[in-house]
Design a protein around this ligand. Structure first.
Ligand SMILES: C[S@@+](CC[C@H](N)C(=O)[O-])C[C@H]1O[C@@H](n2cnc3c(N)ncnc32)[C@H](O)[C@@H]1O
Length: 263
């Protein structure tokens, strides 16, 4: 276990991490995907598409004449996505692009997706200005995890607070990933001249004994957190993981994602 990096070194972006996360939240993601169909886009660009997991879900709910475009800086993720999309029976394009250096090269599509990608964007206002309505991006779908609302426990109050503070100390000022980025995205979205079709918080929750589809994501998140901790809090999390593996039935895990559809 490291920082769950993909082959080009981006944190929390490895193929296995994205898949574990995706499988755990698949039911929630499917219901969110259906909500995106209402404005009937004929083309969609997924910015920071990773291995194409979101477009895989959208493939089941959008008509086949809707073109899908995936953009990412990681070649290996795009190759995986391209391979998966062979069976979709729709026009797809996969483009390798560093969004921070060339936002102007994002292909125009009716709907743009920014899903757990904000954390990697240097200048969000600039990115949003390149994917504006004026430039032809009619709709904007946003999702961002709330870094400060990924919780597992129970722990003593002071221990839970110490874990939160240690994580903030370890990663709060990272220049590679803005872990606590939800508010920045919400603020940047509010300054666009778009209307809000919906905005919602999406709650992911599970209780022990954790289900086989959620456990890899929960375990991965707890291990990733433990790696960032000093010895005391690392031990608390390691003990928590052992209890979870023993199917102790008093444990919980939850996380929140902010979601929105703008037009
Ligand atoms: C956490 S993953 C999210 C993947 C997908 N959107 C999802 O929600 O499953 C972030 C993705 O952004 C990509 N990425 C990070 N920085 C980038 C950049 N500057 N330009 C393009 N893609 C970038 C990474 O390679 C990775 O695939």
């Amino acid at each position: 276990m490291t920082n769950q990096r993909n082959t080009s070194g981006k944190q929390l972006s490895s193929s296995s991490w994205l898949t574990d996360h995706h499988v755990a939240k698949e039911k929630l993601r499917k219901s969110f995907a259906k909500k995106l169909t209402v404005l009937e886009p004929t083309s969609i660009v997924d910015i920071g598409c990773g291995t194409g997991l979101w477009l895989t879900i959208l493939n089941d709910v959008f008509p086949k004449n809707c073109k899908f475009i995936g953009v990412d800086s990681d070649k290996s993720s795009l190759e995986t996505a391209e391979q998966i999309s062979q069976s979709w029976g729709r026009e797809c394009e996969w483009i390798q692009l560093d969004i921070n250096t060339h936002p102007e090269k994002i292909p125009v599509a009716d709907m743009a997706l920014i899903f757990n990608f904000s954390s990697y964007v240097d200048d969000l206002d600039m990115l949003l200005s390149y994917i504006s309505k004026e430039r032809g991006f009619k709709q904007l779908a946003l999702r961002q995890f709330a870094g400060h609302e990924i919780k597992f426990g129970p722990f003593e109050n002071d221990d839970q607070t110490a874990i939160d503070l240690s994580l903030k100390d370890a990663i709060g000022n990272s220049e590679q990933i803005r872990y606590y980025d939800m508010d920045r995205l919400i603020q940047a979205a509010a300054t666009t001249n778009r209307q809000v079709l919906f905005k919602e918080f999406e709650l992911f929750q599970d209780f022990s004994p954790f289900k086989s589809n959620t456990w890899p994501y929960i375990k991965g998140t707890a291990e990733w957190t433990a790696e960032k901790m000093p010895a005391n809090q690392k031990k608390l999390i390691t003990d928590w993981l052992s209890k979870a593996a023993e199917e102790n039935d008093s444990l919980y895990f939850y996380s929140l994602d902010w979601t929105a559809l703008l037009f």
